[in-house]
Design a binder for this molecule. Sequence first.
Ligand code: COA
Ligand code: AMP
Length: 629
Amino acid sequence: MAESRYPSAYAAWQADPIGWWQPAVDAIAWTRKPDAIFDASAGIFGHWFPGGELNIAHNCLDRHVESGRGEQAALVWDSAMTGQIVTHSYRELRDRTARVAGALAALGVARGDRVVIYMPMIPEAVIAMLACARLGAIHSVVFGGFAAAELAKRIEDAEPKAIISASCGLEPGRVVAYKPLLDAAIEISAHKPSACLIFQRPELTAPLLDGRDHDFTAAEAAAAPHAPVAVAATDPLYILYTSGTTGKPKGIVRDAGGYAVALRWSMNHIYGIDPGDVYWCASDVGWVVGHSYIVYGPLLAGATSVMYEGKPVGTPDAGAFWRVIAQHGVKVLFTAPTALRAIKQQDPEAAQLQHHDIAKFEALFLAGERCDPPTAIWIAEKLQRPVVDHWWQTETGWPITAGFRGYGLFPHKPGAGGRACPGYDVVALDDAGQPLPRGTVGNLAVRMPLPPGCAPTLWHDEAGFRRAYLDDFPGWYRTGDAGEVDVDGDVWVMGRTDDIINVAGHRLSTGAMEEVLASHPDVAECAVVGAADALKGQAPLGLVVLKAGANREHAALCRELVALVRDRIGPVAAFKDARVVARLPKTRSGKILRASIRRIADGQDAAPPPTIDDVTILDDLKVLFGAKP
Ligand code: COA
Ligand code: AMP
């Protein structure tokens, strides 16, 4: 392999961290060029591309139609759930997006208004997002696996003028009726949208509420196409709520210009994707990965994006991913390690691979959680292709560390997350905020300012942004992840330093689950931790202490608690294990020792922390989890 161009590219960025972005800026079509690349005096930590104006949907669609890509496939929807494949060319996707934008405008949606999108994995979800972007409206997509109460929190915070939803989603073995969840959420929320646009899926249609609800298809058909509305580079494109350490989700804001520049750059430099290539991100549009690499990234690049409604296994078998790769000529797949563990569990020899011709497939990218080395080694051996683990967060919107196909760098250290992307100076800090020598585990942090594309703030909560990310280590962005930068510069991300857990690549707050458990009338106190899970990486485990006098049969109470979390947070919480204990281990100052609980649940030897006031509680827990005290 030719020598990697990564070191010189990264050094060039270090030498000129602002000017380095100019070629990436030039790759975007601006209606008004930025006055400067960066204004350090604006916003919380500076603004990227002040004075610039653009429309990202124009960059994703019209621009490619105008340059001759109109008939190329833009979006291939492959639904293993319904057996359908529907392809939209760039022209078709532009035309539908323009009409749906017109339909939204007719409902009174204009630049700066918020629109909540609560949809399954269907092309109309992508069209809805792009239609908002076309109007300069701010979308906020809520993952379909969240329950009504979680949706309501997001509606209340974002205060949308309209909501776009569908009648149902399809999960293996069940049809998920979305409309009753939407109706319940609007009922709970103090803020009410003035209109809802509902896409009726044939598997289950939903009754529409007169005056508020409108049929998506009819509205689209009746609407006049809307032209792209130019917005400031610094205007929010979307708000995406993600789990924080409490029950209140954080509204991550994404600005339009920085995002367009960073994503467009990432498509060829990180993923090695050129116009016309087929790229598949097997995530969901409800997550940041889906926003960036199902929708905006591949379309900005003029590539073909595959959107998959299905699972890695069971729809119909563990060969589903290889079938999609073969059928659509996928060059690069991006998925979460949990999907590979699911495939490996069912097909350890990857025998299904023999049935599909994946000759066009070049590389696999992984993110969402740390990829355990056995899985990384297994899949690299089976695929005989580079496997690139890359690390990022909802907050950053694109990778912090990666391998770089565009620079010829494919780090293969199973368990590591790659090298810092230009734009990010990554270090491990000690608890006092001092950089640690390479090879030492600490708090992973990024030197400020964050690069283009990263969140400039939280929605209506600047103070919250500072508190969550900037105050602990002045001059640095606190990622909330623990890990190290090794002597070669590869970054090892080992786990969160806060109460966030990662279940099947989904980021969840144990604090939110604790709030639900604590609301049960028989529960005096509780703790939720992420216990190791062979398939999902982590699975939530809840321990509860009963109120004095609560004379309950434990198994029945635990079933109630599991149902309560599913009802309040949603099936995505995957909360299936609640246990009653006599006491919770605490420090002398009363703080629950969640790390000790987790270690014991994982069967690790937990040396009693010096701050604990009664070690016998740990022994009780060891008995509960079947270990010797
Ligand atoms: N709408 C409604 N319910 C949903 C949903 C959606 N969009 N997505 C998931 N759910 C439900 C599932 O049906 C499941 O319900 P159940 O408890 O009744 O079985 C529950 O939420 C938990 O889902 P999940 O944790 O995804 O488990 P699973 O058993 O459905 O699938 C994997 C397990 C590993 C196959 C699956 O998690 C997977 O493919 N993950 C890929 C990870 C990924 O894409 N991450 C995104 C970040 S990169
Ligand atoms: P989310 O905001 O949902 O994308 O989740 C971000 C979190 O997922 C990060 O803070 C990490 O804890 C974890 N994560 C994402 N990608 C990786 C990776 N490649 N390696 C390790 N952890 C990861």
